[in-house]
Design a protein around this ligand. Structure first.
Ligand code: TRP
Length: 434
C-alpha cells in the first residue's frame, strides 16, 4: 500500500498546494471579523508577533513529521509510538468538525456569486445576510454544493486542480484585492479604518485576545489538524522544507493584511461596526460592490476567485480524513470521499440551521456553528499542535540545525519547539477552557 501513496510532482507543486491550503476563508472572511471583535490594531500586533516568532515552529514541525514518517496522521503518530495512535486520530476528527463549518461559509460564497450574476438589487445587505443565513433550504443547499465541489476534486486526485487554482487564480485574486483596496482607500474617512488597523490601543490587551490571535494564526496557516502533515508526507525527494515554510507564512500574511486594508476603511466609511462578527465580509463587501461602477461584475469575479481559494483549502481539510481512511482502512479514495460526504453533511446541516430554525440549540452557550468554530480553533487545533510539537521535539528529535544554518537561530528553534511553544499552547488552552 505504501508504494501507492500519492506524491507531489515537484517541490513547486507542493509549495503551491500548501499555500493553497493556507490561503482561504481564514484570510478573507475570518481574519477581519476576528480582528474586528478583538480590538483592531492591538490584535494585529499580537497576531503578527505570534506568526513571526512562534507559529513557524509548529508549521515547520508538522511538515517535517509528515515528511519523515511518510504516513497519514494516525500512522505517523503510531510509528513514533503505538500509544500515540489515539492522538493521531484527533487530527482527522478535527478535520471533519472544521469542514462542517468551513463549508457553510463556502456555501455563502456560492450564494453571493449567484447574487452577483443574477444582478439582484438589494437595499439592506445586513438584513439580507441575516435572512439568507436563517433560511433553511437555500443555505443548506449551497453548503452541500460547496462540499460536493471539494469532495469531487479530492476524489479525482487533486494535483491538476490545485496547480491551476494556485498558478492562475491566486495572482488574479491578489490583483482584484489590490483594486478593491485602492477603491476602499479612496472612500471618505478611509483613514479611520487604517487607524483602527494600525494604531494599537494597548489598554485593550487581554488574555482572551491572545487566545483569539493564536486560534486565528493556527487556523489561517492550516496548523494543528494534520493537513500540513499529510501534504508533507507526499513529498518525494529529499528536499528542504524550509523555503516552503517561509512561502506559506509570507503569502498567507500578505492575503490577510490585504483583506484587512480592503475591509476596514470601507467599514468606517460606511459607518458600520467592525465588531459585527461572522457576517462582516458578507455585508461590507456587497456594499462596496453596489457602490462602484460595474460592481456586479467585480463582485462576481471577487467571489468566484474567493471560491477558488476556499476550494483549495477545503480540499486540504478533507484530504486528512481521506488519507487516514484510505491508508488505514484500505478503502478506495472514491469510497472514502463518498462516506465523508455523508458524515460532514450530517454535521454541517444542523450547523447551518443553527442560524435559523435551530438557533435555540446551544452547546456551552453557543450556537452549533459558533461551537464548532470555538471547539476547533480554540481547543482542538491548539491541542493537536501541542501533541505535534511534543512528538516532533521530544520523540522524533527534530532539530533546528537540520535546516537553519545560523547556529543561534537553530538553538532558539529547538528551545521553542521543546519548551516555549508547548508552554504557550498549554497556557492558552487553560485560558480558553477556564
Ligand atoms: N487555512 C485555511 C484558511 O485560512 C483553512 C484550512 C485549510 C485549515 N486546511 C486547514 C484550517 C487545516 C485548519 C486546519 O482558510
Amino acid at each position: 500500500m505504501e508504494n501507492n501513496r500519492p506524491n507531489w510532482t515537484s517541490r513547486v507543486t507542493f509549495i503551491l498546494a500548501a499555500v493553497g491550503s493556507a490561503v482561504g476563508l481564514g484570510n478573507i472572511w475570518r481574519f477581519p471579523y476576528i480582528m474586528g471583535q478583538n480590538g483592531g490594531a492591538i490584535f494585529l500586533l499580537v497576531y503578527l508577533s505570534l506568526i513571526l516568532t512562534i507559529c513557524f515552529i509548529p508549521l515547520f514541525a508538522e511538515l517535517a513529521v509528515g515528511k519523515i514518517t511518510k504516513k497519514e496522521c494516525i500512522g505517523a503518530y503510531e510509528s513514533v509510538n503505538p500509544k500515540f495512535k489515539f492522538l493521531g486520530f484527533l487530527n482527522p476528527f478535527t478535520g471533519v468538525l472544521i469542514s462542517s463549518f468551513y463549508f457553510i461559509v463556502g456555501g455563502w460564497i456560492l450564494n453571493y456569486i449567484y447574487l452577483s450574476l443574477s444582478n439582484t438589487k438589494i437595499d439592506d445587505f445586513g438584513n439580507y445576510f441575516s435572512l439568507f443565513t436563517q433560511s433553511s433550504i437555500p443555505s443548506c443547499g449551497f453548503t452541500l454544493i460547496f462540499l460536493l465541489i471539494c469532495i469531487i476534486f479530492t476524489a479525482r486526485g487533486i494535483k491538476k486542480g490545485i496547480e491551476f487554482a494556485n498558478n492562475v487564480l491566486m495572482p488574479l485574486f491578489a490583483l482584484i484585492l489590490a483594486g478593491l483596496i485602492i477603491f476602499s482607500l479612496s472612500l471618505p474617512n478611509a483613514h479611520l479604518g487604517l487607524e483602527y488597523m494600525f494604531k494599537p490601543d494597548f489598554s485593550k490587551v487581554n488574555a482572551h485576545m491572545f487566545l483569539a490571535a493564536l486560534g486565528q494564526a493556527l487556523f489561517t496557516l492550516s496548523i494543528g489538524m494534520g493537513a500540513l502533515l499529510t501534504y508533507g508526507s507526499y513529498i518525494k525527494e529529499d528536499k528542504s522544507i524550509t523555503k516552503s515554510t517561509y512561502m506559506i507564512i509570507f503569502s498567507d500574511t500578505l492575503f490577510a493584511l490585504m483583506a484587512g486594508i480592503m475591509i476596514f476603511p470601507a467599514i468606517f466609511s460606511f459607518g458600520l461596526e467592525p465588531n459585527s462578527g461572522a457576517g462582516l465580509v458578507f455585508v461590507t463587501l456587497p456594499y462596496i460592490f453596489s457602490n462602484i461602477p460595474h460592481g456586479s461584475i467585480v463582485s462576481a469575479a471577487f467571489f468566484i476567485l474567493l471560491l477558488a481559494a476556499a476550494v483549495t483549502s477545503g480540499i486540504s481539510i478533507i484530504e486528512v480524513p481521506v488519507a487516514s481512511m484510505t491508508e488505514r482502512f484500505k478503502i478506495s479514495r472514491k469510497k472514502a470521499c463518498f462516506i465523508l460526504f455523508w458524515i460532514i453533511s450530517a454535521i454541517a446541516i444542523p450547523a447551518s440551521l443553527s442560524f435559523g430554525v435551530l438557533d435555540n440549540v446551544k452547546i456551552i452557550g453557543k450556537t452549533i456553528f459558533d461551537f464548532l468554530d470555538f471547539a476547533t480553533s480554540n481547543v482542538l487545533m491548539p491541542l493537536n499542535a501541542l501533541f505535534l510539537c511534543i512528538i516532533a521535539g521530544w520523540f522524533l528529535k527534530i532539530r533546528g540545525e537540520q535546516f537553519i544554518s545560523n547556529r543561534f537561530l537553530a538553538k532558539l528553534f529547538d528551545i521553542g519547539l521543546k519548551y516555549i511553544v508547548p508552554l504557550i499552547l498549554v497556557s492558552l488552552l487553560y485560558i480558553g477552557l477556564k
